[in-house]
Design a protein around this ligand. Structure first.
Ligand code: UD1
Ligand code: CA
Length: 452
């Protein structure tokens, strides 16, 4: 089939300069969710009808060559919008219409919308307690659908109808062009209504079949920030539910946010308030403490990430200990059993097995061997104000507290760096390096006193 996604509307009630369909849900634009659903149907064409916000909508997807875009320069109605897509469609196939602001429809629901043959139309409907604002489904005495009436055109009796049009429909491509051409705008809103194709199908004796989604929220649209927030919660709860089903322990499924793909092994535990972004993989037995932010990262089996840690673009080995309050930045690669403690920042550095930096340190642009101990307050001075330089710390080095390693510099295998040392020059293997300093004691020295 073909899929047409309507996304030309302004979304006035969002009160935003960003076109409505570009507002993020679960970390990606609303429209990206709908495009993903469309792709799962393996369609012959995906055509996005855009309009408000100029080229922002096609620009946001310009790296995705399977998408076609049709501009609707004036929003004259949903029927008119689909008409703009016609030249791009392969009309030997049915046409499914989706909405760029209805992000949570399940693939299984859309599968049901496929036409069995070219002599039928399918319409997705739901029964709801408060149908205000929706088009109502009109049925005859034999319960067959005969049309859709918009709220503003409906009489009092029609407004009582609780079965409503979700907007999603599927029409034979061969019939669509003619039906769209036959729609007029002689109605309360002066718009070309897409649901008028239902009436035209009935007139052409084409049966109209209604399908229902599993959940009503699958058909909810976003018109305001408040609705966006509601759908975000539904989306997050669905993610939490599937993680729980897969055996992940979530201390509170309502306090988890996944904005991307989170893959978990067995016996993974995630405490409250964590945010996962991009692609994150947690291997077997990983535990993540409360309030961690983890983005595009891989965490090895049995590793514990303690509270308030921030991991971005890093790889962590097995049985490691990270945090609390650790920061791993892009291209930090930690081997097994590494310990990174509180207020330690690691950037673009590799650390070998069992190496530790437990307190207050900065390790940047460094290659650190195995069994290295980096003392509190140690800093790699990787930046000279113009360029970044590398620090190499070989296996089994012990670095005391408050050491500055002025890169480029290399600390040889098995050596020890005394506390408070500034290392300017390469250190040979073994032995101790210190900067000679003298401790003085001035007896009788007086502390300064406050003036009056
Ligand atoms: C539409 C249906 C209504 C249904 C409801 C479900 C029509 C006439 N009515 O009403 O039966 O119950 O959806 O939510 O279709 N759009 C364009 N170009 C346009 C007009 C609209 O791209 O010229 C897009 C909008 O951006 C929006 C969608 O189509 O995403 C629906 O348009 P809207 O005007 O909101 O229709 P509703 O009044 O909600
Ligand atoms: Ca709407």
């Amino acid at each position: 089939m073909n899929v047409v996604i309507l996304a030309a509307g302004q979304g006035k009630r969002m009160r935003s300069a960003l076109p409505k369909v570009l507002h993020p849900l679960g970390g990606i634009p609303l429209l990206a969710h709908v495009i993903e659903q469309a792709r799962q149907l393996d369609p012959v064409r995906i055509v996005v009808v855009y309009g408000h916000g100029g080229e922002q909508v096609p620009d946001a997807f310009k790296d995705q060559p399977d998408l076609l875009f049709a501009r609707q320069s004036q929003q004259l109605g949903t029927g008119h919008a689909v008409q703009q897509a016609l030249p791009h469609l392969d009309r030997a196939h049915p046409v499914l219409v989706l909405y760029g602001d209805v992000p949570l429809t399940r693939a299984s629901t859309l599968e049901r919308m496929r036409l069995v043959d070219d002599n039928q139309v399918k319409l997705l409907t739901v029964k709801i307690d408060d149908p205000t604002g929706y088009g109502r489904i009109l049925r005859n005495s034999k319960d067959a659908v005969i049309g859709v009436v918009e709220e503003k055109d409906a009489n009092d009796k029609q407004r009582q109808i609780r079965e409503v049009n979700t907007g999603i429909l599927c029409v034979p491509g061969m019939k669509l062009g003619q039906w769209l051409a036959d729609i007029d705008n002689d109605n309360a809103q002066g718009e070309y209504y897409l649901p008028d194709v239902i009436r035209l199908a009935v007139a052409d004796k084409v049966p109209v079949i209604t399908e229902q989604p599993d959940e009503i929220w699958e058909t909810l649209g976003v018109n305001s920030k408040s609705q966006l927030a509601q759908l975000e919660r539904i989306h997050q709860f669905e993610i939490a539910r599937s993680l729980l089903e897969a055996g992940v322990t979530l201390l509170d499924p309502s306090r988890l946010d996944v904005r991307g793909e989170l893959g978990c092994g067995v016996d993974v535990t995630i405490d409250v308030g964590c945010v996962f972004e991009g692609t994150v993989k947690l291997a077997d037995g990983v535990s993540v403490g409360p309030h961690c932010v983890i983005r595009n990262a891989t965490i090895g089996a049995g590793t514990r990430v303690e509270a308030f840690s921030h991991i971005d673009g890093a790889r962590v080995g097995a049985r490691a200990r990270i945090g609390p309050y650790a920061r791993l930045r892009p291209d930090a690669a930690l081997a097994d059993e590494v310990h990174i403690g509180n207020f330690v920042e690691v950037k673009a550095s590799t650390l070998g097995a069992r190496s530790k930096a437990n307190h207050l340190a900065y390790v940047g642009d460094s290659v650190v061997g195995r069994d290295v101990n980096i003392g509190a307050g140690t800093i790699t001075c990787n930046y000279d104000g113009a360029n970044k330089h590398r620090t190499v710390i070989e296996d089994d080095v012990h670095i005391g507290s408050d050491v500055q390693l002025v890169a480029p510099v290399k600390v040889g295998k098995g050596s020890t760096v005394g506390a408070g040392t500034t290392v300017w020059q390469d250190v040979p293997p073994g032995g101790l390096v210190v900067n000679p300093k003298q401790q003085q004691h001035r007896a009788g020295w007086q502390r300064p006193k406050k003036g009056k």
